[in-house]
Design a protein around this ligand. Structure first.
Ligand code: NAD
Length: 507
C-alpha cells in the first residue's frame, strides 16, 4: 500500500507532458525520436514503483546522432562568436523560465529532494550565463619565432564531443559538460544515465528553442552497453568527456586510446573531511553532515571519511549522530524534505551491502530508525555513521556513494594528511581548524583536485574541478575547460622578403 503524499508518478506525467511533449525519446536534430532498442523501466526511488518506460535509442540512432552533430557543428561555427554567446545566454533564460518544472522532473525521476533540485537548476542557468560570456573571448596568440614568419596560434574546437553522464546529478552534470563544450565551438552528443535521462532531454529541447542549431546538442536516451558503446565508435566523435564510475571509465578510456582521441574523466572519490580539536565544532558538525548526507551521499565529492582528532572523536561523533537523526526524510517532492532515497535499486543493494560489511568488520553503526512514513519498497538508507574503524576497513577504502560515513580517529597533523592520502582517489577533501598555518599546510599536503578550509562541497562553474589519481584527469570547468575543449593550430605566415624555400634544415 502506497503511503499518502508520494507524488512522483503524477508529477512525472505532468512534467513529461510540459517539457518533453508527452513522450520519452532521444532528441536528435531538434526532434524527439523514439528509441529502436529494448524497453527500459524507470522506477520511483521513493516507492520502488515503475513510473515510466522508454525504448533504448540503440546503435543506429546513436550513430545518426553523431553524424547530425557534425553537421550542426559546422552551422554553429558559421555564426559569429558573439551570436553564439547570445544563443547560449538565451538557453540560460529558458532554464530559468522552466526552472520549477525542471526541478520537479528531476526530483521525480532521481528521488533527489526538490530543494536540492531547485538549487541545481539555478546553478545550470548560471553555467549557461558564464559560458555565454566566454564565446567571444577565446583568443589565440602570436609567437616571436626566430625565422621570418608570423606565427598565429588559433584555438579551434575539437568538433563533436561525446558527453556521458551519471544519475546522481543529471541536469547539473549535463550543464557542466555540455555548456563549456558548445561555448568552445563544439557540438555535443550527450548520453545521460539510462536511469535519469529526463531533464537532459528537456535541456536538449530548450537548446533548440534557444536558437542553437538543431543537432548541436543531441541527447541520446539509452543504455551504456548499447547506445553509449555505439557512440564511442562513431567516427565523428573527436573527444569524450565522462562523469561516472571507475569500471565504465577504464572501458571508455581504453576505447578512446584505441581511437587516439582525448578524454576527460571525472570519477569518484573517498574524500577525507578532517576535523582538528581546535575547530569550531558546531560549524564542523554541520559541515560534516553536508559533506556526506547531502544528496544521500550520492555526490562524487562526498566527505565519506571523517578523520577526527582523537581528543574530540567520541564527542564529535555523538554530536553528528544526534544532528543526523534530525535530518528530515520524506517525499522528495516535498520542499521540506532534506534527504531522499538513493536513486536506484542497484545502488540501494550496494550501499546496504557495504553498511553490513562495515558492521561485520566490527564498526559501530549509528543511524536513526527508518520513519514509518517511508514506503517499504523505496530505496531508503538513513544517515549512517560507521565508527570504531581504521583506514584499512573495506568501508574506509571503497566508494559507497550513499549516506554512510566512516569515522576514523587520528593523533597528529602528519598522520591526518597521510590517512587522507591513503587512497588511490584524489577528488576532494576539507579541514576544520582555527589555525591558519595548519589549514594551509593540510590543504597543500592532501592530494585532491578540490579542497575546502572550514567548509565543504562548494563548487562553481568558474573554478577548475576534477580529480587526481583514480578520481580522473582533465578539468571541465573554469578556464581550464576551454583548453580541454579546444585544440591549438599553429599558422605559419611567411613574412621574409626573400623566403628560404626548399628542402632540409632552415637556419
Ligand atoms: P556509471 O559509470 O555506471 O555510468 C555513468 C555513465 O556511463 C552512464 O551514462 C552509463 O550509461 C555510461 N556507460 C556505462 N558503460 C558504458 C559503455 N560501455 N559505453 C558508454 N557509456 C557507458 O556511473 P554511475 O553509477 O551512473 O555514477 C556513479 C559514479 O559517478 C560514482 O562513482 C561517482 O563518484 C561518479 N561521479 C563523479 C563525478 C565527478 O565529477 N567526479 C560526478 C558525479 C558522479
Amino acid at each position: 500500500m502506497l503511503q499518502a503524499g508520494f507524488q512522483a508518478e503524477r508529477v512525472l506525467e505532468a512534467e513529461i507532458a510540459r517539457l518533453l511533449g508527452g513522450r520519452i525519446g532521444s532528441v536528435i536534430d531538434g526532434q524527439v525520436v523514439d528509441g529502436q532498442g529494448a524497453g527500459f523501466t524507470l522506477q520511483d526511488p521513493a516507492t520502488g514503483r515503475a513510473i515510466a518506460r522508454y525504448a533504448d535509442a540503440g546503435p543506429a540512432l546513436a550513430t545518426a546522432a553523431a553524424a547530425g552533430a557534425a553537421r550542426a557543428q559546422r552551422a554553429w561555427m558559421a555564426l559569429s562568436a558573439a551570436e553564439r554567446g547570445r544563443r547560449i545566454w538565451a538557453l540560460g533564460a529558458l532554464l530559468r523560465r522552466d526552472a520549477e518544472s525542471l526541478a520537479r522532473l528531476e526530483s521525480a525521476n532521481a528521488g533527489k529532494p526538490l530543494r536540492d533540485c531547485r538549487a541545481q537548476v539555478a546553478r545550470v542557468a548560471e553555467m549557461a550565463e558564464y559560458w555565454a560570456g566566454w564565446c567571444d573571448k577565446i583568443e589565440g596568440r602570436t609567437v616571436p619565432v626566430p625565422s621570418g614568419h608570423t606565427v598565429i596560434v588559433r584555438r579551434e574546437p575539437m568538433g563533436v564531443v561525446l558527453a556521458i553522464t551519471p544519475w546522481n546529478a543529471p541536469l547539473f552534470t549535463c550543464g557542466w559538460n555540455v555548456l563549456p563544450a558548445i561555448a568552445a565551438g563544439n557540438a555535443v552528443v550527450l548520453k545521460p544515465s539510462e536511469y535519469t535521462p529526463l531533464t537532459s532531454l528537456a535541456f536538449g529541447l530548450l537548446a533548440v528553442e534557444a536558437g542553437l542549431p538543431p543537432g548541436l546538442v543531441q541527447v541520446v536516451a539509452g543504455l551504456g552497453a548499447t547506445s553509449g558503446q555505439a557512440l564511442l565508435g562513431a567516427a565523428e566523435v573527436a573527444m569524450v568527456t565522462f562523469v561516472g564510475g571507475a569500471a565504465s571509465a577504464s572501458h571508455i578510456a581504453a576505447a578512446c586510446a584505441a581511437r587516439m582521441i582525448p578524454c576527460v574523466l571525472e570519477l569518484g572519490g573517498k574524500s577525507a573531511n578532517i576535523v582538528f580539536d581546535d575547530a569550531d565544532l558546531p560549524a564542523a558538525v554541520q559541515g560534516a553532515q553536508q559533506a556526506i548526507f547531502a544528496s544521500s551521499g550520492q555526490s562524487c565529492v562526498a566527505g565519506s571519511r571523517l578523520l577526527v582528532h582523537r581528543a574530540i572523536h567520541d564527542h564529535f561523533v555523538a554530536l553528528l549522530a544526534s544532528a543526523s537523526a534530525r535530518i528530515r526524510a520524506g517525499d522528495p517532492l516535498d520542499a521540506a524534505t532534506e534527504i531522499g532515497p538513493v536513486a536506484t535499486a542497484r545502488q540501494f543493494a550496494h550501499v546496504t551491502g557495504l553498511v553490513a560489511a562495515g558492521v561485520a568488520e566490527g564498526a559501530t553503526l549509528l543511524a536513526p530508525p527508518r520513519p514509518a512514513c517511508l514506503p517499504e519498497d523505496g530505496f531508503w538508507v538513513m544517515p549512517s555513521i560507521l565508527a570504531g574503524l581504521d583506514n584499512q576497513a573495506l568501508v574506509a577504502r571503497t566508494e559507497i556513494f550513499g549516506p554512510v560515513v566512516a569515522a576514523i580517529p587520528f593523533e597528529e597533523e602528519a598522520e591526518a594528511i597521510a590517512l587522507a592520502n591513503a587512497t588511490p582517489f584524489g577528488l576532494a577533501g576539507a579541514v576544520w581548524t582555527r589555525d591558519l598555518g595548519r589549514a594551509h599546510r593540510v590543504a597543500a599536503g592532501v592530494r585532491a583536485g578540490s579542497f575546502w578550509v572550514n567548509g565543504y562541497g562548494t563548487i562553481h562553474v568558474s573554478v577548475p574541478f576534477g580529480g587526481f589519481g583514480a578520481s580522473g584527469h582533465g578539468r571541465s570547468s573554469g578556464q581550464e575547460a576551454l583548453a580541454a575543449y579546444t585544440q591549438s593550430k599553429a599558422v605559419w605566415v611567411e613574412t621574409a622578403a626573400s623566403p628560404a624555400l626548399g628542402f632540409g634544415h632552415r637556419p
